[in-house]
Design a binder for this molecule. Structure first.
Ligand code: SF4
Length: 261
């Protein structure tokens, strides 16, 4: 495990156009409700768990606030959004949106107060992202996400950004194309179909699959690559994201612990 001494100021809130990006220290000023993470396990190793979340700047209100929020912070091609899930059959996003709404209010307060903590840490494990997709960020935001990845000791990251590699090149946006290339070694490609998985794999990405795992696993194995099953079992098990021996860090193909319902 590489450890990079670094002064990390957290929690941090940055704004990129209509999106607020927050980086929090899990186990220090925030406890994740995601039972698969168990961030507290990393504290004894001299590291911390940094969790990144995207929020819309606009408060959640009015009709269909989750749909509107997803249209700002999620990837339009994500199979699990409220708009896409009924069409893709891949299942709805598992994130607790009530919790996200509360977290957004706190992030907005933090942004207004301009109060931040400073911590000296020996490295951090970066979770990208609790909610939202870095593909929704403009190039400045994406550059910050890449900077967080490069400075991390390890990553646990998933994104649909791989879907935009070709279009960035076709649009002549070479900065964005290079940023996406840079993220390839740190971020899993979120996929939900065989077609997705093969496209991402052939472009050099390592996939993370929730839905349709049997078909995706078979298709990847037929391409001659090794595919791993997430070792998390239950909250009483022994392996969590924090101590995972084969983490989602962009270096191996992984099937999620169970198919979303
Ligand atoms: S493979 Fe490891 S890091 Fe990835 S979701 Fe499973 S436990 Fe977490």
């Amino acid at each position: 495990m590489k450890i990079k001494p670094k002064i990390l100021t957290a929690p941090v809130v940055r704004v990129f156009d209509q999106i607020m990006v927050q980086a929090q220290l899990d186990g220090v000023d925030y406890e994740s409700v995601n039972r698969k993470e168990r961030a507290s396990l990393v504290l004894g190793t001299g590291q911390v768990w940094v969790e990144v979340c995207l929020f819309p700047l606009e408060p959640f209100s009015g009709p269909k606030p989750i749909n509107r929020a997803e249209s700002v912070v999620c990837d339009p091609l994500c199979a699990h959004t409220a708009i896409n899930a009924p069409l893709t059959g891949a299942g709805r996003c598992y994130v607790n949106h009530l919790g996200i709404k509360r977290s957004q209010q706190k992030a907005l307060q933090q942004l207004e107060s301009k109060r931040f903590n400073s911590l000296l840490v020996g490295g951090y494990i970066l979770r990208l992202t609790k909610w939202g997709d870095i593909s929704a960020l403009n190039n400045d935001g994406l550059a910050w996400a890449l900077e967080l990845c490069v400075s991390a000791a390890e990553t646990r990251a998933y994104s649909n950004i791989w879907r935009h590699e070709e279009s960035a090149l076709e649009a002549g946006d070479l900065w964005r194309y290079r940023l996406i290339q840079g993220l390839k070694g740190f971020v899993q490609a979120s996929v939900s179909s065989v077609e997705d998985a093969l496209k991402a794999k052939r472009a050099g990405w390592k996939v993370y699959a929730g839905a349709r795992q049997d078909e995706i696993r078979a298709a990847l194995i037929a391409e001659g690559v090794r595919v791993y099953k997430c070792p998390y079992t239950t909250p009483t098990g022994r392996v969590f994201c924090a101590n995972c021996p084969m983490p989602c860090d962009g270096t191996r193909h992984i099937m999620s612990p169970k198919e979303p319902t």
